[in-house]
Structures are given as C-alpha cells and as structure tokens.
Design a protein around this ligand. Structure first.
Ligand code: HEM
Length: 558
C-alpha cells in the first residue's frame, strides 16, 4: 500500500484554489450585476413614472426618486396635510400641480373653479376615492367612505335619511343628556391647574355617537377606562404596521387588497363584531326598535338577505364575483362593479366608519375651539352672551331650533374649522377620460386628484392674515365676498360629509352648555404653538389640549 502522503507527493500538485474561487467569484459578480441591472431598471421605471405630468404638459414638481414629494411624511417629519400645503405654496401661480406619492402621480388642484368642476359639476367623472378596493377581501373596508360607484350611491341614499331634520331634533335631546354629564365632569375640574380638554371632548363625542348612532350608552364620560374609550384611542394611535400598510396602499391598493392587509388591529375588528352582536341581541330580546343608523343598516341588510334567496339575485352575485376575478387585475382602478348586497361585513364596516368618523373629528374641532377661545377672551365673552340670552328666553332648553339661532356660535365653529380642518385634503379618482375645462390638458381613467383643503384655508388671497383667529370672517357678507370652493372642511358635492348637520348641532350644543357656565384660559401647560401628530391622517393635537377652567360669573368671566 502506498502511503497517501507519498502518493500525493509523487503526483504533480494541482492548485484547485485558482480554478474554484474564480468560478464562485464569477457567480457572485454575476449576481451583483443582475441585481444592479434590475435596480437600474426599477429606477428607470420610477423615473419614467415620475415624468408622467411633465410628459403630459402639466406643471409638475421635481420629485425625489424614492419617495416622490412625500418624503417628509414618510419619515414622520410632517403630517401629510402639511406636505400638501408645501406643494400648494411652492406654485402660487399655477392652477394645477402634478406631484408624486413615491412614483404614483397625483394632481393637486389649486384653482377654486376647477375644484368646483371636480367636486360638483363633473362629479360623475370623479365619484370615487381610490384609496382602497372596497370590493376586495378586507372585511372592514366595505364602508361608505371607501365604496365606489353604484354601491356607494345606493347606500348613501339610504343612510342620509338618518340625519333628516326630524331625526336630528330627537338626537339633539339625546346629545344634551351627554352634555349634562360632561357639565358635571367639567365642574369637578374647576380649580385644577390644568385639564386636558381634548380628552374630555373625546369622551363626550364618543358617548354622543353611542347614544345617537348605535342606541347604546357608552358611558366614557363617567368611566374613562371603559372599553369604548380604550378602543377609540387605539383607532387613532398611529402604529408602525398601520403606517407601512397605509403607504403600501398609496403605492398599490390592489396589492393591499390581495394580501388582505389591513390597518385595523384584530382587537378593534373583534370589538366591532361584538358591538354589532350585542346591539342586535339587545334589539331582538327587547323587541326594541329605534330609528337610528344602526337600525337602518340592519334593516337594509335583512331586506337584501331576503332578496338573496331569489334566483335572479344569485345570478347578480355570480356576475359580481366573476367581474371581480376578471377585471380586478387587468386595471388599477375598476368602476364597473355590479350591485353588491349589504351583508354582515358591510354592516360591520359601516359601524366602524361611523364610530371612527364620528367622534375624533368633532372632538378635535371642539378642543381646538376651546384652545382659541382661551386666547381670545373677547370672542369667548361674545359667544357666552349669545348663548345665555338664547337659553334664558327658552327655559334653558338647548333644542334644535334654539341651536339654529346661535349665529355667533356657528361663526366661531366655522373659523375653528378653517384654522383646524380635521381632514386637510380631499381625494378623488378620475373614472374616464376628462378634458380639463378651458384647457388642452387631459386626465385619464385612474388618475388621482387632490383638493387642498388646509392650504386653501391659509391662502392670504382668500383669508388675509390667516394665522389670526377671527370668527367675523364668517359673517354672511364676508362669506359672499369670498370666491366659492375656498372653504371645504366638510368637502363638497354629492360626496361631502354625510353628517354635517349632526356634527354642527353636536358642537354647538357642547359649546352652549360649557361656555355658558365656564371660562377657559391658558394654563401653565398650554402649548404655544400647538404640536400636531405627524403620523395621523386627521389633524390631531399631539399632547392633548391643556387649559384652565373656572366658573364664569353672571356678567361674564369671574
Ligand atoms: C367636525 C366634524 C366633521 C368633519 C370636519 C368631517 C369632515 C368630512 C370630510 C372632509 C369628508 C370627506 C368629504 C369629501 O370627500 O368631499 C367626510 C366624509 C364623511 N363623514 Fe364626516 N366630518 C365630520 C363629522 C362626521 C360625523 C360626526 C360623522 C358620522 C356620524 C361623519 C361621517 C362621514 C362619512 C360617513 C363620510 C363619507 C361620506 C361619503 O363618502 O359618502 N362625519 N367628513
């Protein structure tokens, strides 16, 4: 036997390193080259997308390759409404500005007449908000805010009856019960160094929604740790997962729908499922029938269930599924959705959106209003005098009719919503080719447009000295002196806020009850200027609204 060492020494040695290593290196280099090549292709594609407006002859921003124009929002440096404001201010002489969310083109409409065209005159072309595929797989997304086309129109027509004058009159008395409980709470806080009025307003608005919309007592004013309040906080607490999904939704709503991604936390979804079940059980057990929104949605669902038993309706259902399968991947945006039944998911989604839209918007507005009034004692006193005079002549009853007469309160709320619109911009998607009025420029199906609410409210052209809080901007004469479509806190046109009258009544009632009795002043903890949540979609004070409160004397302040 030949010792292996001898054998190896007798054969000329082959240095394998020089052959194997270059092959491995070559593979790695090839891989790097391939990745770099793909990266370059992606970047070229992104750049190409970011030339969309320029190529179509629109004035356009110069976007960042990765984030487009919304980098400040992606990094949490600025709230998205203020990013839109930056773009608006940068192009003072343009009627339209093309900008980019990452690589997705979006058109900012700066001109009030064009805004009127999009929101009202040519509404049939701009019926929908893109944002999400409401027909998709996410069970919490089948609500009015996201619904499209005929589906949206049918449901909106039915739900709008919830806010008829007669129903509002009844609701005002329910709201007043919540206001009385809030009054006791505010009284307890008198004399404290500082009170978070945002928290109190949120609890008031949550109880009002519970009472008026769901027919349930949420009792968050008396039980601050109640699950209704905790869930309310959770819904508006921006978290990383929701943020990432939100941005992904901007890039590709279809991918979000396919992957069944949702910003809604599982416990929030479970909470609303339970709320629906409890409310239904309660109504069934007590043979309880209330004419509130919950009852209305349940009635529509039950009617649709009956219809679903008919053969013809089944065919529509099949067509709907087929339609989704075939079309949803062919186009980024598809409006040809067949009528869908109101099922349990639709009920659940709408309960969710009414809860969500219903309390944070009014609570923020009320607390911003108290903040401004604390720095403007003369406005606060004028408001107090108006309220007291009206309540005194009406036996202290704050009825629908009495609230309607509070014209200065209306002006104060309007000016608050100008300075602090909870929804800082509106968005629509174009559903067919559209020639822009008095222009050669054209939009195509799927193009996204943005209406800059907050920037219009701060445009010196329409509101001189815009930082100043001045309710007199909203006297009838001053309103008619301004061009229309320059004040849009509730949106406008057929898709405007469903509950404007409800929200205004609620806010007036709240002010009537607390301003008549208490005086609000800045405290040592009051922020100047106020800091806003940079990650929130709604305008929201980051650290609450800290104020001092004390009883107001008969003649005015103490
Ligand atoms: C200060 C209070 C409120 C403000 C500033 C406000 C503002 C808005 C805005 C700007 C929109 C979008 C309009 C558009 O795109 O043109 C909207 C839609 C909506 N709001 Fe409000 N809102 C308030 C209170 C409420 C309340 C209390 C509810 C329910 C109880 C509510 C329910 C809705 C619904 C369901 C929609 C979707 C309408 C649709 O797409 O047909 N809002 N709101």
């Amino acid at each position: 036997m030949i010792p292996s060492s001898d054998f190896s020494s007798s054969v000329p040695s082959i240095d394998t390193r020089h052959k194997v290593v270059p092959v491995a290196k070559l593979r790695i280099m090839l891989l790097i080259f391939l990745i770099a090549f793909l990266l370059v292709l992606v970047l070229i594609y992104l750049r190409k997308c970011q030339k969309t407006w320029q190529n179509r002859g629109f004035p356009s921003t110069s976007p960042n390759l990765l984030f487009g124009d919304i980098g400040d929002s992606v990094w949490g440096r600025k709230m998205i409404s203020f990013v839109v404001d930056d773009i608006y201010k940068k192009y003072p002489n343009e009627k339209l500005v093309g900008f980019y969310e990452f690589f997705r083109p979006n058109l900012l409409i700066r001109d009030p007449q064009l805004i009127e065209s999009v929101l009202v005159k040519d509404f049939s072309t701009f019926t929908d908000r893109l944002w999400i595929d409401s027909s998709g797989n996410n069970k919490m997304s089948k609500h009015l805010f996201m619904m499209r086309g005929k589906q949206w129109k049918d449901l909106r027509t039915k739900l709008i009856t919830t806010f008829s004058t007669n129903k509002l009159k009844l609701m005002v008395s329910l709201m007043d019960r919540c206001a009385q409980i809030m009054d006791t709470l505010v009284e307890e806080k008198c004399g404290e160094e500082s009170v978070d009025m945002k928290e109190i307003m949120s609890r008031f608005a949550t109880d009002v929604i519970g009472y008026c919309i769901f027919g349930l007592k949420f009792n968050t004013l008396t039980e601050p740790e109640s699950e209704y309040r905790i869930i309310g906080k959770k819904m508006f607490n921006p978290n990383l997962k929701a943020l990432i999904i939100g941005f992904l939704r901007v890039i590709s709503p279809k991918t979000v729908a396919l992957l069944k991604l949702t910003e809604t936390a599982p416990e929030v979804e479970e909470f609303f499922s339970n709320l629906l079940r409890q409310s239904e059980d309660f109504r069934k057990k007590e043979s309880f029938r209330r004419n509130d929104l919950m009852q209305l949605i349940l009635d529509i669902r039950d009617r649709d269930r009956e219809r679903a038993q008919c053969k013809e309706y089944d065919d529509v259902g099949k067509y709907f599924v087929l339609n989704l399968l075939i079309h949803s991947w062919l186009t980024e945006y598809d409006v040809s959705i067949a009528e869908e039944m109101i099922d349990d998911d639709t009920v659940l989604s709408n309960i969710f959106i009414f809860y969500m839209a219903g309390f944070e918007t009014t609570a923020s507005t009320l607390s911003f209003c108290l903040y401004e009034l604390s720095f403007h004692p003369e406005c606060q006193q004028r408001l107090r005098e108006e309220i007291r005079a009206l309540l005194e002549t009406n036996e202290n009853v704050a009825s629908y009719e009495v609230l309607k007469k509070m014209t200065y309160a209306e002006m104060v709320i309007s000016e608050t919503l100008r300075k602090y619109p909870p929804v800082g911009f509106l968005f629509r998607v174009c559903n067919e080719s559209y020639q822009l009025p008095e222009s050669s420029l054209q939009l195509f199906r799927g193009d996204r447009v943005t209406i800059p609410v907050l920037p219009l409210h701060f445009d010196e052209k329409y509101y001189p000295n815009p930082e100043k809080f001045d309710p007199d901007r909203f006297t009838p004469e001053n309103i008619s002196a301004r061009p229309p479509y320059t004040y849009l806190p509730f949106g406008d046109g057929p898709r405007m806020c469903l509950a404007i009258r409800f929200a205004k009544m609620e806010m007036k009632l709240c002010l009537a009850r607390i301003i008549s009795k208490y005086e609000f002043l800045p405290s040592s903890k009051t922020e100047i200027p106020l800091q806003m949540h940079s990650r929130s979609f709604l305008l929201n004070p980051k650290n609450g609204i800290q104020l001092r409160v004390r009883p107001a004397t008969k003649g005015g302040s103490s």
